[in-house]
Design a protein around this ligand. Structure first.
Ligand SMILES: NC(=O)c1ccc[n+]([C@@H]2O[C@H](COP(=O)([O-])OP(=O)(O)OC[C@H]3O[C@@H](n4cnc5c(N)ncnc54)[C@H](O)[C@@H]3O)[C@@H](O)[C@H]2O)c1
Length: 258
């Protein structure tokens, strides 16, 4: 049976672990060829070895998305290896959390370099090929932080708000050329990033329990549950979804109070 992503050649950033890895695995299951990029080359090599063993067609690039030249090289080499890219998942991102006045300029810069400029570097590298080919799909992994604020997480939510803005801007700009640009907004997802966050509290178990209790269903998402939504959004099953944001947070951001 043909997969839902047959004929897709998808670049996924931050693919070595967490949500990016789950999206890579799901895209492979649905028949896509993959360009997997991560700045952690060692971890990426382990990941790609497992995916290749399960039959994946893929090209791997150890690169930092803040390095526009390295991204452009990865896109060029990847396209030569697996064919012209017709989808991009901008997933790589980092937490930079601070009380606003306690934040230094380096933290602000790092946050926007990775979470916003890095995503733009990847868009800029793939868009000309998509436009020339008559279309493509870009999916930006945003967050519920793209439209809500948790105190003391400054300036991460600002960068995610801006990523949503970039989704809308590029979605409008390139709709005539057949390129769809959308955002997916997960709430909490159990990945290393969230475990590291819980570990910043004196009692990580209590912090985790508090997070779970915020959710109407009493649990947070698995990376695989986010990947299911990503596959749908990249696929041809939603050809008129553009410049949109799909929230996948178990209802977290809708709840106002107990
Ligand atoms: N985990 C969550 O609860 C959650 C919720 C909402 C949104 N998100 C978003 O989902 C995305 C993935 O999050 P995750 O939890 O899987 O993270 P993670 O830390 O588990 O994995 C992120 C991967 O991205 C890579 N990466 C980071 N910076 C990079 C860079 N500059 N260049 C290349 N690779 C880089 C890391 O090496 C890592 O392999 C992020 O954009 C994050 O903001 C996560």
């Amino acid at each position: 049976m043909a997969g839902r992503l047959q004929n897709k050649r998808i670049m996924i950033t931050g693919a070595a672990q967490g949500i990016g890895l789950a999206i890579a695995q799901a895209c492979h299951r649905e028949g896509a060829a993959l360009l997997l990029l991560d700045r952690d080359g060692t971890l990426l090599a382990t990941t790609t070895e497992r995916l290749r063993a399960s039959g994946a067609t893929l090209f791997e690039a150890s690169a930092d998305i803040t390095d526009a030249d390295a991204v452009a090289r990865a896109v060029g080499d990847g396209a030569a290896a697996i064919g012209p890219l017709n989808a991009l998942v901008n997933n790589a991102g980092i937490n930079v959390f601070s009380e606003p006045l306690a934040m230094d300029d380096a933290a602000w810069q790092r946050c926007f370099d990775v979470n916003l400029k890095g995503a733009w570097n990847c868009c800029r590298a793939v868009l000309p090929g998509m436009i020339a080919a008559g279309g493509g799909a870009i999916l930006n992994i945003a967050s519920t932080h793209a439209f809500t604020i948790i105190p003391h997480t400054f300036p991460y939510p600002l960068a995610k708000h801006a990523l949503l803005g970039m989704t809308k801007a590029l979605g409008l700009e390139y709709a005539p050329q057949g390129v769809r640009v959308n955002a997916l907004a997960p709430g909490y997802v159990e990945t290393q990033k969230v475990i590291d966050y819980w570990n910043t509290f004196p009692d990580p178990q209590a912090a985790k329990a508090q997070t779970l209790a915020l959710h109407p269903g009493g649990r947070i998402a698995t990376p695989e549950e986010i990947a299911l939504a990503a596959v749908f959004m990249i696929s041809d099953e939603c050809p008129f979804m553009n410049a949109a944001c799909l929230t996948v947070d178990g209802g977290l951001s809708v709840r106002q109070h107990e």
